[in-house]
Structures are given as C-alpha cells and as structure tokens.
Write a protein that binds this ligand. Structure first.
Ligand code: SF4
Ligand code: SF4
Ligand code: FES
Length: 312
C-alpha cells in the first residue's frame, strides 16, 4: 500500500493548485502509469494526465515522479516508493493546464525554431538519399528522441531564461547539423550560436539524467559546439570562453581566471568589458581576486602531452 500524493489543478474550479492523496495497493509489476490509471478508474475519474502507448514510445506520459521528470510508463511503481509515498507532479518549465497535463506550446515553438527538417544538398534522387553506416551513426542517438519533454522540464537554464532553446530543440538541431545530407550546416551553427543557443547551456547534464532514450541532449549540444568551432563560428562569448579555457589549461595546466573573463568578452567589446567592472570590484572587496601573475602548475609538461595526444 502506498500513498500517491498528486498535484491537482483545475483553474475552472480553484485558482491555486493543491496536493491530493490517494491510497493504492500496488500490484506486483505495475508501472507508475498503471497505478495512475487504476486511481483514475477506481477513485477519481477527473484525474487528468496524458498517455498513449504504455511502452515508452510515444512520449506522452512524462510527469515528475518524486521531483524528477520521467516516463510514468517506464518506471516500476514499487521502485519509486519513498517513505510509503510516490509524489506525482506536472512537468516543469511549462504551464500546467489541468492536473498533470501541461501546455507544450513553448516546447514545440522551440523545436520549430531550429528548422527541424532536412535541407538537402541536391535535388531528390531517384531512390533514397543514402548514408554510410558511419554517417548515420552521427545522428543515430538523437533520432531516438520521442519528444517527451522530460529534459525540457528539468533544464536549469529554462527555469531562469525562457529564451533558451532548451535541450530537446538543441538535440533536434544536432539531428540536422550532424546529417551528411544536409546543406545548411554553417547557417545552422551560426543560428545556434546566438543568444539562447548552445553556449547558454550550463553543462549541468540534468537533461542526460532525465532522457529516457539515447538522445541525451547535453552530448548532442557538445557535438554542435564542436562543429561550430570547426566551422570557425566563434565570434561570441560562449565560444571565446571555451577557447580561452582550453588555451589556458594547455599553456599552464590550470585556468587563468583573470584572463578568462576578458578573453570571453572579447578585447574590443568595450560594453561587455565595462559590465565586468562591478564583478571585479566585488571580487576585490571580498579578496577573491586570483593572483595577478598566473603560474604554470608543476608537471605542466604532462598536461601538454595530453593535449598533443588529443590533437593527434
Ligand atoms: S546540460 Fe544544458 S540543456 Fe541540459 S539540462 Fe543542463 S543547462 Fe539544460
Ligand atoms: S531528448 Fe530525451 S528527454 Fe528530451 S524530449 Fe527527447 S526523449 Fe525526451
Ligand atoms: S504512454 Fe507512451 S511513453 Fe508512456
């Protein structure tokens, strides 16, 4: 027997959401979605959530279980019980519509922003556009995305910045950036390097934890970053930050924290550099300013050797 503590919301009846508890004896082998269905059928027919395939294929049953987004049909309920309770809430970063159903409009808007279709190099061939197995491997993982929204729900950047494209859209973008048959790679990485794109990801990797498929958006974002740098698209703070970081470690074995912000902003970006002044002053007052002279670490040769190996 477990308590299902479910976040309820029905704006037609009550403006504020609230939690309601249901007792349910979990049959062996039941998924969280099975239990939600039984609660709906036996206890409260008004309980609202989305579902379809019950097989982790359609992506529609994603909800927060014990605070983290997941597919309800993919989780064994018994394994999710904590202190005799399972907490169910709607996905985050999207507006709840009713109970566990949320408004996916911003999610789809952002998918549309990355031009989620092939813009081919040539006129349609007689048969299919062929790829080698190696070429297909570049887009294999991201092709597994089922658009469940779990990554979008738990992305830390989206909590504070609506403009961020988000993990699902960026994973979808890699699907075409990495496609050997697409003709717009440069245009795509230029657009994805703008504000709200790849460089605004904070590398927390929460989306990898939440993704039920091998799509794992953060790894796809890193792949787009690599293509952007290869294509010479680095006239932006994020790319300059990455390059400065790598150069500093390659040179001295550690991060030059005085140089990093200046190089990231760009030497001729006067406005950006002036914006750094208050931060610098606060660091000075709190005695957090790193030593002016940046020294190499002992055995820096070992670090340089690793870089040489990587380059090879
Ligand atoms: S790694 Fe980036 S995209 Fe993924 S959850 Fe963190 S901030 Fe969001
Ligand atoms: S990337 Fe993963 S978590 Fe995000 S929508 Fe696709 S399948 Fe769901
Ligand atoms: S019901 Fe389709 S993924 Fe869960």
């Amino acid at each position: 027997m477990a308590t299902f503590k479910i976040k309820r919301y029905n704006p037609e009846k009550q403006a504020e959401p609230y939690y309601e508890e249901f007792q349910y004896d979990i049959p062996a082998g039941s998924t969280v979605l099975d239990c939600m269905n039984e609660i709906k059928w036996q206890q409260d027919g008004s309980l609202t959530f989305r579902m379809s395939c019950r097989s982790a294929i359609c992506g529609s049953c994603a909800v927060k279980v014990n605070g983290h987004a997941t597919l309800a049909c993919q989780k064994q309920a018994e394994n999710m019980v904590k202190n005799d309770t399972i907490v169910l809430e709607p996905l985050g970063n999207m507006k709840p519509l009713k109970d566990l159903a949320v408004d996916f409009t911003p999610f789809w808007d952002k998918i549309n922003k990355v031009t989620p279709y092939l813009q081919p190099r040539s006129a349609p061939p007689e048969k299919e556009r062929r790829q080698s197995p190696a070429e297909f491997k570049m887009i294999d993982d991201t092709s597994t995305c089922i658009m469940c929204g779990s990554c979008y729900s738990d992305c830390n950047v989206l909590e504070v910045d609506d403009n961020f494209l988000g993990p699902a859209a960026l994973a979808k973008a890699q699907r075409f950036v990495g496609d050997s048959r697409d003709s717009k790679t440069l245009e795509r990485v230029k657009q994805l390097s703008e504000y709200g794109g790849i460089w605004d990801c904070t590398h927390c990797a929460e989306c990898v934890e939440r993704c039920p498929k091998p799509a794992e958006p953060f790894y796809r974002i890193k792949e787009i970053m690599a293509v952007a740098l290869e294509k010479g698209v680095h006239d932006n703070v994020g790319a300059r930050h990455a390059i400065s970081f790598v150069n500093s470690v390659k040179h001295s074995g550690s991060l030059n924290e005085n140089k990093l912000p200046v190089e990231s902003m760009g030497f001729f970006n006067i406005k950006g550099l002036l914006e750094l002044v208050p931060v610098g002053l606060r660091m000075l007052l709190k005695r957090k300013v790193p030593p002016i002279l940046h020294k190499s670490i002992e055995n820096v040769q070992d670090v340089r050797r690793i870089f040489r190996k990587l380059n090879q």
